[in-house]
Design a protein around this ligand. Structure first.
Ligand SMILES: C[S@@+](CC[C@H](N)C(=O)[O-])C[C@H]1O[C@@H](n2cnc3c(N)ncnc32)[C@H](O)[C@@H]1O
Length: 274
């Protein structure tokens, strides 16, 4: 049977610049605003440890052996944990940055440098499960929709999609967190999936505490935020009228207030089938 192949040519590898001591993508086709460097890899590991691996009803298929794509995989912690759990399945992780773990890769894992914002260089209906985590700051709103459409294209019929994103929507925001929330942006993921024609959309919100008031997760997320908020400084100061001094002062204040105001932030997990 003839397949229609819409995948585009791979755009050449991302270029980077260094600003404020951080390595940032410097590419018109990359909207990503966080750094791609060692400190960021550290933060991503902490973040990864905070979450369970997936919620979709895929365990039996994964056990038997399927093809899985991890979009914007970063160093690839999710891919590697999943590949160890499910040795019969094949895992492909793509990221626009070359931050992949390269040591002792299991034979069921492949990493490829690819910009998800300009199309997925894979054949139609070639994956059973596509996972994407924390890319909301990586793609422009238009790219986000086209990337979800691309995910649909590369999924087999009945294939599953699962997306976990941080929505910078703080509850009990202290004054400083309210400002940081305003400086960030969020998108409505479920409507993106709906518009792309996915079915059985499940939408789960998690309010994650920031600070010791929230016990162990609160401590952990505070540690993550301590790395995340400085990481978005370059973006905030370049794209808004906040100055570096103002940003630093606000972040410092935010950490002081996190506990007294019992601030939490929202994550959103969306999973659906094709
Ligand atoms: C916050 S990290 C999350 C990494 C990984 N998904 C995880 O949960 O540990 C976002 C990742 O998306 C990647 N990224 C950003 N824009 C991208 C794009 N347009 N195409 C592919 N990857 C992108 C970044 O390089 C970074 O590794």
């Amino acid at each position: 049977m003839e397949t229609t192949q819409h995948h585009r040519e791979v755009i050449s590898a991302t270029t980077f610049r260094v600003s404020g001591g951080r390595r940032l993508a410097d590419d018109v086709n990359v909207a990503y605003i966080l750094p791609s460097d060692k400190d960021e890899v550290k933060r991503l590991k902490l973040n990864h440890d905070l979450w369970s691996l997936y919620k979709s009803d895929m365990h039996d298929q994964l056990k038997k052996g399927i093809r899985v794509l991890d979009v914007g995989c970063g160093p690839g912690w999710w891919t590697l944990d999943m590949a160890a759990l499910y040795p019969n399945s094949q895992f492909i992780g793509i990221d626009m940055a070359d931050v992949f773990v390269t040591k002792d890769l299991p034979s069921n894992v492949t990493f490829k440098q690819m910009n998800a914002g300009t199309g997925l260089d894979f054949e139609d209906a070639s994956f059973d499960f596509v996972f994407q985590r924390f890319l909301v700051m990586g793609l422009s709103v238009d790219q986000y929709s086209s990337s979800v459409a691309e995910i649909k294209r590369v999924l087999k019929p009945e294939g599953a999609i699962e997306i976990l994103e941080l929505i910078n929507d703080y509850s009990n925001p202290s004054p400083a967190f309210a400002r940081i929330g305003l400086w960030s942006r969020s998108i409505f993921l479920s409507s993106v999936l709906e518009n792309a024609g996915f079915h059985n959309i499940k939408d789960v919100n998690y309010d994650v505490p920031i600070g010791p008031w929230g016990g162990e997760p609160g401590e952990m997320f505070l540690a993550i935020q301590r790395l995340a908020l400085p990481a978005v400084k370059v973006m905030v100061t370049e794209l808004t009228n906040a100055t570096t001094e103002e940003y630093d002062k606000t972040v410092k204040q935010a950490f002081e207030e996190a506990n007294t105001h019992q601030v939490s932030t929202r994550f959103r997990l969306i999973y659906a089938s094709k």
